[in-house]
Design a protein around this ligand. Sequence first.
Ligand SMILES: Cc1cc2nc3c(=O)[nH]c(=O)nc-3n(C[C@H](O)[C@H](O)[C@H](O)COP(=O)(O)O)c2cc1C
Length: 169
Amino acid sequence: MKSLVAYFSHEGENSVNFDIKNVKKGHTRTVAEKIADMTGADIFRIVPEEPYPSDYDAVCRRAQAEYEDNIHPAIKAPFTSLDSYDTIYIGFPIWFRSYPRVVASFIDCFDFTGKTVKPFCTNEEGEFGMADMELERAVKAKGGKTAKGLAVRGSDVDSCDEALRKWLQ
Ligand SMILES: Cc1cc2nc3c(=O)[nH]c(=O)nc-3n(C[C@H](O)[C@H](O)[C@H](O)COP(=O)(O)O)c2cc1C
């Protein structure tokens, strides 16, 4: 059986070391690509049909509204089948101490029976917040299980190889 890296990452204005910066390549994307390189896993980028705005305040407003109202936005060209995968690495930035709702949209699409989800996130502080607990609940409700995740600080993604290798062992 194969492994899949499925990730969401937001490019544009973001909080980096508590400063607003224009990020050309998302932090989670950098980590996702490293995991795919290190493991030989297939990789899928979760993209919402309606893109999140680049502007930091605007993305925060939408992210918060989606979280509070539990809106699961539609995914562009959704991934069709997990049949050939037994391990799915799911990656995301921490948004409001949880995972972006578009990741919930990805989980909605599948039966996770017999699959193990290994979560990874990038964040500013506080590691997973509530995200790993909430993800465990969501994956369990779809028949799967989760394993211990890895949280990487956004500003550390270029130097996280050692931590990644250890986690992937
Ligand atoms: C809408 C929004 C909400 C965020 N909420 C949190 C948070 O609650 N805790 C945190 O540590 N970082 C938070 N951040 C910062 C991101 O998690 C962090 O910059 C991450 O590395 C971005 O990854 P990306 O470039 O893959 O999107 C937030 C960023 C955005 C845009």
